[in-house]
Design a protein around this ligand. Sequence first.
Ligand SMILES: [Zn+2]
Length: 505
Amino acid sequence: MIGVKRLAGAALAALLLTGAAHAQPSLSPEARTAARFDAVVKDRAQLRLFLRTMPKGGDLHNHLAGTAYAEDFLAWAGEGGLCVTTDPLPAIVAGPCDAPGKAPAQGLGKTNPPLYSRAINSLSMRSYNPGADGALPSGHDQFFSTFARFGPAGDGKLSAMLAVARDYAAGDAVGYVETSVNPSAMSDLVNLARDTPWDGDMAKALAALEPAIPAMTAKARQEFDAAEAEADRRQGCHAQKPRTGPCAVVLGYQAFAVRVLPPSVVFAQLTAAFALAQADPRFVGVNIVAPEDDPTALADYALHMRMLRFLKTRYPDVKLSLHAGELTLGLVTPRELRFHIREAVEVAGAGRIGHGVDIAYETDASSLLARMARDKIAVEINLTSNDVILGVKGADHPLHLYRQAGVPFVLSTDDEGVSRIDLTHEYLRAVTEQGLTYADLKAAARASLEYAFLPGPSLWVSPRAPVAACAKAGAACDRFLAGSRKATAQWRLEREFEAFEAAPH
Ligand SMILES: [Zn+2]
């Protein structure tokens, strides 16, 4: 009898334990969600499903022109009466289209499906096969050369591009996109400087541009007012209260300089970018773009950092996110790998670093990493872009180095249309190639708003503690949020995580 009782007791205990394990009553929604992530981590299709709906906060490294897909550009080319060349690498060009070697973009998918398909490949990295079918022999060259081939279709299409960026973000559970885009009015300053030889006198160069700045910022404001209103109209946002889907995606803009241009032009672009960030709160930061390994970009790198430093002393509140270290061994000489990230941080005063791929080649990389960790200079990680352009991926990618050093990081797309990816894809790569956990991804999503250049104080005083006003929802928190676009976005992300983690899995 005793033995039977003991057995029954043990069986009952086992049953209770099993039941407890099944219902997991003690697990928080976050822990249950992490367990679900762990259960699907080896199944990429299931993982994709999980990650697509996971709230991701912001996409902080995003180029507006590189966000639209080739099909978008071909549609806009059709609307604008532009043509597609029939070259081995088809490109969008101006009309008339009835000349030899050209076809109308309008309806091309139906009138000439093979050319339409080749055009998509030529305007992006789709089906990229090095050197085959007219494609360029390096991913780097193919990638950067697409911009000139689809560029004409983007002229005058700002509102359509904004709408596309919001549409893709909403489909990807991204609430904020910080995208690089220049107003066309920037050319007013560039035209003033274009014919002026660069003599290194930055104060003089700035003084020559300053009279034109108020008119330039006013024109830019009008251009973006109109484009945003048109994007709202296209996406039916005016009727929405509250806004949902694409209409709820917040956009922040980074005006930028193109680092392959002559110094006087780069300085004029940077001046315009700083002035815009000062004058219009939608322009949240300044960037510098184009291939960092270009001969002019290399020759002028240190000069560009000094220009940024000079302008930052004149516009001290303007934030900088700088492409730096988008390089790797063999692409350039070893000496070029030693200092780009450090100068972006120490000379230019970057608040964030774009790419930072060559960090392990920097002189005294350990102290640089420690400085970035100490000063909370986040690195924007673009896994697919780095793979396609630089051939750096998997264990060769330095994400783990940044993480070990405690440098904050965010996951971003760079040019999702050119790479034909989305941010979910980058999260997926971060899991399958970099071994990130649910907790890591959630921290990255939160970091994408903490280190966003959205104005206003953060919701968080420490990683787990909100400001006192928002310890609980209520009037005090509402007042705090009303004074901070950043905290508003962070608050929304937390509500999205609550819903995501409470959903039945
Ligand atoms: Zn970029």
